[in-house]
Structures are given as structure tokens and as C-alpha cells.
Design a protein around this ligand. Structure first.
Ligand SMILES: [Zn+2]
Length: 348
């Protein structure tokens, strides 16, 4: 995959639509702000790449999964994503071209745990036709008590927020690709092991960074409950205004309760999300201010969608690095401004 410096956002948008290595059917134009000069060709020298053209096509529902497939497939597969930067997967309805893409693909990976609620019917239909369709969370669902549920027993789908959980997803991708293309199995295993080593570093960085936040301030207030796995893995208390799906509505009382919580605990910062409206978060900040407590917007987090394709924040590692670094710094902890790999935007 190659990225070129482009003069205008418009050209960049069309390049995403035409990028042969990784295409997204749906992406939010609003996320394409201040992107000039950010094109870092994110290449991995250790990754075993195929010399020839891609041998088959893989479709992934969300970009976090497309990124894993790109890493593991190492050029043997053409990877196409459906839901891109800035788009909310909970509410996303597949279009006719999406459905055709899924029908054409040789292998499909999706998150599962009802993340892609409105794609379920299509995925079931395509799987029934005999195509290889995998939920990347299927292994952890078998592991007893890993999966978080809400009061109504709905699964929390946001497993990628715990890096150890996403390492399990890498295993599912590696074995799924190996089943489809046994000749590439050794390559997939090596690439998966290399990528997992990077993810272990990211996991350690998240643990250390969050632990550096003063204990009473390790509280994450966001627009919806996307950070439960991160909270459990790295020691945060989380409060989302909306529940684990953005389909739920926030009530006036939910906002009032959270305002009281912010004031009582003197929480310094709350966070907006790139794929969810910031309306409720701004209402919270105003409510706290009316009660004499200034709470800042600590930054924008990537909850259910990564940054723009072709940037560091448009990779899974960059997404988590951005979130961890932003949260840590806003809540009074200690993390380098440019993050784990020195690649984050200075203004994050
Ligand atoms: Zn979500």
C-alpha cells in the first residue's frame, strides 16, 4: 500500500475510495480535518510480504479488523474494509455495494458480539452460502467470563480496547487465513507473531501510562460505554453517557447524575469520541460549570473507528496509543506527548 502527498482533501478522499490495498465503503468526511503532511508510509520491514499480486480478497467489517488482516496477510490478500474512519458501526446499515463486496470476498472477518448489529442478517446469509466468515471475538466468547455484559445481558462488543483481547483476534485471523490458504500458513504465523510482539509493547505502555494517573483521577467519562474492556485491563473507572450501543438514548437524569459525579469527584477532564456526537459531552461540561466546577474536554478518543487511513492514528496501534496517551495526559498522568512510538500528532 502506498500513500502519496496530496494537495487537497478532495483528492485524499478519492484516494481512499480507490486505494487498492485497503478500501472502505463508508467513511466520514468530517474526520478529514487538518490532515496535510501526515502521510507516514506505515511499513513493517520485518513483515513477510508476498512478491506477487494478492491471491485472494478478504473483507473486514471495521478498520480495526482490516488492520489486523493487513498485518497478518502480508500482501497475499487484498483487504477491503466496509466501515471506515469516523463512522459508527452500531448504527451502520450495509449498502448494496457492501453486500456485493461481501458476496465477492473469499474470506470475511467481523467483530461479533453484536457490534455490527445491522449487518447481522447479511453476514448470516453469506455464511450460509458456504463462505468462510469469522467473528474475531469467537475465541474469547468461549473463554467463560472474559466478555462483559450490561444489566440487560447485552454483550459489550468493544474488545479491541483491551490489547490482550485484540491479540486473541489476531489468532483468529491467522488461523482463518491459514485455513483458506494453507500455502501461506507459515507466513501468517510469522506475521501474527511479529504483530503480537508489537501489541505486547503497546499493552505494557497502556498499563504503565494509566497507572501514572493519580488514583482518584483514574476516571474516564465518555459519550458511550465503549471503554469497559480498557477499564478492566488497565485500571480505570468508566462512565458512558449512553450505553454499550449508541442506539440507546441518554436521559436528562443520566446527564444530571454524571454532572454531580464530576463535581463531587473533581474530575478534571471528559472526552469526546470521533464516531459519536459530542452533544452530550458538551452538555456535561456546561452542567458542571454551572455548579462551579470547570471540566475540560480532554481530547477526542477513537472508540469505534480508527483515525484516517494512511495516518498513524489510522492503524490499530496508533489508535490505542492515541487514546492511552490522550487520557493519561488529560487526567494528570505521565506519558510522552507523541506517544509510545513518537508518531502521534503533536496536537492530539
Ligand atoms: Zn461502541
Amino acid at each position: 500500500m502506498k500513500y502519496h502527498l496530496m494537495k487537497s482533501t478532495k483528492q485524499f478522499i478519492s484516494s481512499i475510495a480507490n486505494c487498492p490495498g485497503r478500501r472502505f465503503r463508508a467513511f466520514a468526511g468530517t474526520a478529514l480535518i487538518a490532515i496535510s503532511g501526515l502521510f507516514s508510509p506505515f511499513t513493517s520491514e520485518t513483515r513477510a510480504e508476498s512478491e506477487s499480486a494478492p491471491l485472494y480478497t478478504v473483507t473486514a467489517s471495521v478498520a480495526m479488523i482490516a488492520d489486523i488482516v493487513d498485518e497478518v496477510a502480508g500482501g497475499r490478500a487484498n483487504v477491503e474494509g466496509i466501515i471506515g474512519s469516523g463512522v459508527d458501526p452500531h448504527l451502520y446499515k450495509p449498502t448494496t455495494p457492501d453486500i456485493k463486496l461481501m458476496q465477492r470476498a473469499d474470506v470475511i472477518f467481523y467483530n461479533g458480539l453484536n457490534l455490527e448489529g445491522k449487518m447481522g442478517d447479511v453476514l448470516i446469509r453469506v455464511a450460509r452460502s458456504g463462505k468462510a466468515v469469522y467473528a474475531v471475538t469467537e475465541e474469547i466468547l468461549d473463554q467463560g467470563d472474559y466478555v462483559i455484559t450490561d444489566e440487560e445481558d447485552h454483550y459489550d462488543p468493544h474488545v479491541w480496547m483491551d490489547v490482550q483481547g485484540w491479540i486473541k483476534a489476531v489468532e483468529v485471523v491467522s488461523s482463518g487465513l491459514s485455513d483458506f490458504d494453507p500455502d501461506g500458513a507459515a507466513i501468517y504465523q510469522k506475521n501474527a507473531a511479529d504483530f503480537t510482539a508489537e501489541l505486547e509493547k503497546l499493552d505494557a505502555y497502556a498499563r504503565e501510562s494509566i497507572a501514572s494517573i493519580p488514583e482518584s483521577k483514574r476516571v474516564l467519562v465518555t459519550a458511550h460505554d465503549a471503554f469497559g474492556y480498557m477499564a478492566r485491563a488497565y485500571g480505570l473507572e468508566v462512565k458512558g453517557i449512553q450505553g454499550i450501543s449508541t442506539e440507546s438514548e441518554a436521559g436528562v437524569k443520566d446527564i444530571e447524575d454524571l454532572v454531580s459525579f464530576l463535581v463531587d469527584r473533581q474530575i478534571p477532564a471528559i472526552f469526546v469520541e470521533s464516531s459519536v456526537s459530542d452533544k452530550n459531552i458538551r452538555a456535561l461540561a456546561e452542567g458542571a460549570k454551572a455548579k462551579g466546577h470547570e471540566v475540560s474536554i480532554g481530547g477526542e478518543l477513537f472508540s469505534d473507528a480508527m483515525g484516517v487511513s494512511g495516518t498513524y492514528e489510522g492503524t490499530y496501534i496508533g489508535m490505542i496509543d492515541h487514546n492511552v496517551t490522550t487520557i493519561t495526559r488529560a487526567l494528570g498522568g505521565d506519558a510522552p506527548e507523541r506517544g509510545l512510538n513518537g508518531k502521534l500528532l503533536p496536537s492530539h
